[in-house]
Design a protein around this ligand. Structure first.
Ligand code: HEM
Ligand SMILES: *[C@@H]1O[C@H](CO)[C@@H](O)[C@H](O)[C@H]1NC(C)=O
Ligand SMILES: *[C@@H]1O[C@H](CO)[C@@H](O)[C@H](O)[C@H]1NC(C)=O
Ligand SMILES: *[C@@H]1O[C@H](CO)[C@@H](O)[C@H](O)[C@H]1NC(C)=O
Ligand SMILES: *[C@@H]1O[C@H](CO)[C@@H](O)[C@H](O)[C@H]1NC(C)=O
Ligand SMILES: *[C@@H]1O[C@H](CO)[C@@H](O)[C@H](O)[C@H]1NC(C)=O
Ligand SMILES: *[C@@H]1O[C@H](CO)[C@@H](O)[C@H](O)[C@H]1NC(C)=O
Ligand SMILES: *[C@@H]1O[C@H](CO)[C@@H](O)[C@H](O)[C@H]1NC(C)=O
Ligand SMILES: *[C@@H]1O[C@H](CO)[C@@H](O)[C@H](O)[C@H]1NC(C)=O
Length: 332
């Protein structure tokens, strides 16, 4: 009885390890993927981004957001980078992306630099993952070893981009569901929302909060009143909706934990930001408090959550391809 239990357990365990082995040999990313084929990949990406930040400091934030919008739609497969063509309905024209996502020219410059050094080796999906890390670390945030080995999709999913990427007007529970749907939990949601420590949002997205909240004819009463005054100056009612406001009013271009103290001060720019702290009884509140008081804790969680997000359904092995132009499927 006892020994047959052992036999059973060891059979069971080796079945698990075999399954893991097969799974890993098929799908596991690792940080050394380009070590022999393109050893300078990471520094090449970093160099192009350093230049891009000099011409526009916002580029780092824009690149980080591209990785997020890529990974939430069919996994991290570079699908967001494909332009419209006979067979592609571009994700760039999806609601969350249109007139909003940016940084594509920087991605193209990175791709060109990589193709010059090691043609046909580094995928566009991995470029987005490397660019996200370089952007965060170059602007004061943590650095980490990026897991690599993703391949590029042959398709885009515009309808998926419309339905899977959270909207800033959704409830916390709806946004949490969208994170859960791609295997990310509440801790990931709060940590990754900390990406709004830099970058901008367009006035058109927040103008209802400033002038006519939920059709009341008044501003959102929960918005910090001095912050409201500042925002109304940045985003005048008669101004262009394409003007931008800083997502983090305190240190707009630095990757730090001030995003979380902003939320404690009712200075979350997007409704989806403020909800993390202001939804009664929400499990996100204590996480915001921890990250606000301890930047190390935020950085550690952010790194782990970026790795979790970067692991969403990558194409690996011989699936997909390595695009030579991130905007097009090869041969099209
Ligand atoms: C939790 C749900 C999220 C919502 C509802 C949301 C929504 C938004 C919106 C509406 C903007 C402004 C876009 C514009 O005005 O053009 C924005 C900007 C940005 N988002 Fe998010 N976001 C979320 C999560 C994330 C995550 C997970 C990341 C990355 C890890 C991220 C990174 C950024 C960055 C860096 C910007 C600034 C981009 C720039 O300046 O070009 N966001 N987000
Ligand atoms: C990284 O992944 C690739 C592809 O799966 C594999 O060939 C390589 O051996 C892996 N490297 C390490 C150190 O695991
Ligand atoms: C690649 O990196 C090595 C060492 O990190 C450096 O000496 C070399 O100049 C780099 N080559 C290119 C093409 O960037
Ligand atoms: C995008 O912006 C342009 C103006 O720059 C505008 O004409 C167009 O309608 C906008 N598209 C969408 C889908 O909002
Ligand atoms: C996605 O949303 C955009 C903008 O709201 C719309 O124009 C487009 O038709 C939608 N695409 C699909 C496939 O649903
Ligand atoms: C939440 O999602 C449900 C189901 O998709 C939708 O009916 C509802 O309008 C959403 N609520 C908010 C506030 O986003
Ligand atoms: C506010 O929005 C509501 C509903 O969209 C609208 O009926 C009302 O006229 C607006 N009020 C002002 C002052 O713009
Ligand atoms: C508004 O923000 C200021 C910091 O700019 C802060 O001192 C104050 O406590 C905030 N007020 C509320 C109600 O959160
Ligand atoms: C801050 O967080 C780090 C990482 O979780 C932890 O090791 C450290 O003890 C925390 N510091 C304080 C003062 O709580």
């Amino acid at each position: 009885m006892f020994s047959s239990n052992i036999a059973y357990s060891s059979f069971f365990l080796s079945t698990i390890s075999l399954t893991l082995l097969i799974y890993q040999s098929r799908a596991q990313l690792n940080s050394t993927f380009y070590d022999t084929t393109c050893p300078n990949a990471s520094s090449i990406v970093r160099g192009v981004i350093q230049q891009a930040l000099q011409s526009d400091v916002r580029n780092g934030a824009s690149l980080l957001r591209l990785h997020f919008h890529d990974c939430f739609v069919n996994g991290c497969d570079g699908s967001i980078l494909l332009d419209n063509s006979a067979n592609i309905k571009s994700e760039k024209d999806a609601g969350p992306n249109t007139n909003s996502t940016r940084g594509f020219n920087v991605v193209d410059n990175i791709k060109t630099a990589l193709e010059n050094s090691c043609p046909g080796i580094v995928s566009c999906a991995d470029i987005l993952a490397l660019a996200a890390e370089a952007s965060v670390s170059l602007q004061g945030g943590p650095s980490w070893k990026v897991l690599l080995g993703r391949r590029d999709s042959l398709t885009a999913n515009q309808a998926g981009a419309n339905s899977s990427i959270p909207s800033p007007f959704e409830s916390l529970s709806n946004i949490t569901s969208k994170f859960n749907a791609v295997g990310l939990n509440t801790n990931d949601l709060v940590a990754l929302s900390g990406a709004h420590t830099f970058g901008r949002a367009q006035c058109r997205i927040i103008s209802s909060r400033l002038y006519n909240f939920s059709g009341t004819g008044n501003p959102d009463p929960t918005l910090n009143s001095s912050y409201l005054t500042t925002l109304q100056q940045t985003c005048p009612q008669s101004g262009s909706g394409f003007n931008v406001a800083n997502l983090d009013p305190t240190t707009p271009n630095i990757f730090d934990n001030n995003y979380f103290s902003n939320l404690q001060n009712n200075q979350g720019l997007l409704p989806s930001d403020q909800e993390l702290f202001s939804t009664t009884g929400a499990p996100t509140i204590s996480i915001v408090n921890t990250f606000s008081s301890n930047q190390t804790a935020f950085f550690q969680s952010f790194v782990q959550s970026m790795i979790n997000m970067g692991n969403i359904s990558p194409l690996t092995g011989s699936n997909g391809e390595i695009r030579s132009d991130c905007k097009k499927v090869n041969g099209s």
